[in-house]
Design a protein around this ligand. Structure first.
Ligand SMILES: [Zn+2]
Length: 255
């Protein structure tokens, strides 16, 4: 059937274009040229610069990252052995493995559908230890402990001379632990006093910037950092006029 033949030809061309795009994206990523176009990441460039949906952009980005180490991916996509979608599923599971392991895993998912690849990586469900149900005004948490854990809890309760029941004890421990962290944070901010920016000032800078990176053209609203326009090491002060909001990428670019 002619229409089928036409579509088969186009589908083949589509695969070739996909791998050509990946090739170019790789160059874009390596040169970080998107930074000076006002994008904070390759992902942001794919979405705002090229108009991909976030889901599609995520796939392209995963493929670019993976094919840096395993360039064979592009050819496999060309030949229809792998798809952007199956590579993306695999990416999460193999990104920290060695090149050989990556290649081997990719080999074993060739010609599989996305659903099959998901099943391939599915892990057996973990034993549920905490079961929680959320209601409007409370969260009902059911905690399951093994005997050893429960004995430890009982022991601690005794040491606390029955001041708390188990629920109170847990809440008390949480409060105590949180305070420790807050104290550490406080000391940390005090110790770097040259770089210390009071919370109120920090909030004002963020608010003035509309909670976005202030690099021209950048719209990033995550990973924001307060930057000293004149760096602290050159005598820059933590004053409103010397502070601006930059995303992590543009702050790094500034160096
Ligand atoms: Zn930025």
């Amino acid at each position: 059937m002619k229409i089928h033949q036409d579509l088969l030809v186009l589908r083949g061309q589509e695969r070739v274009i996909t791998s050509q795009i990946l090739e170019k994206l790789q160059t874009m990523e390596d040169s970080k040229a998107y930074l000076s176009l006002g994008h904070s990441s390759l992902f942001d460039y794919l979405v705002r610069g090229l108009g991909y949906s976030e889901a599609t952009a995520y796939q392209r980005q995963a493929c670019v990252r993976l094919s840096r180490e395993v360039p064979e991916i592009k050819e496999k996509i060309d030949h229809g052995l792998l798809s952007l979608s199956t590579v993306t599923v695999a990416y999460k599971h193999i990104k920290n493995k060695s090149r050989d392991e990556k290649l081997e895993t990719l080999k074993s998912i060739e010609c599989k559908s996305t659903r099959e690849v998901k099943a391939y990586f599915a892990e057996p469900a973990k034993t549920i230890k905490i079961k929680q149900t959320e209601y409007k005004n409370k969260v009902h948490v059911r905690l399951e402990l093994n005997h050893e854990q429960f004995e430890k809890l009982q022991k601690l309760k005794k040491l606390k001379s029955h001041k708390f029941n188990a629920e109170e004890l847990l809440l008390h421990l949480i409060e105590k632990e949180l305070k420790t962290y807050e104290n550490i944070e406080f000391k940390r901010s005090q110790s770097k006093n040259l770089r210390f920016i009071p919370k109120r000032l920090r909030n004002r800078v963020l608010m003035d910037a509309n909670y976005k990176c202030e690099y021209p053209g950048c719209e990033e609203s995550h990973f924001l950092q307060i930057d000293h326009k004149l760096p602290v090491r050159l005598g820059g002060q933590p004053l409103r006029e010397n502070l601006q909001v930059l995303c992590a990428a543009h702050n790094r670019m500034k160096g």
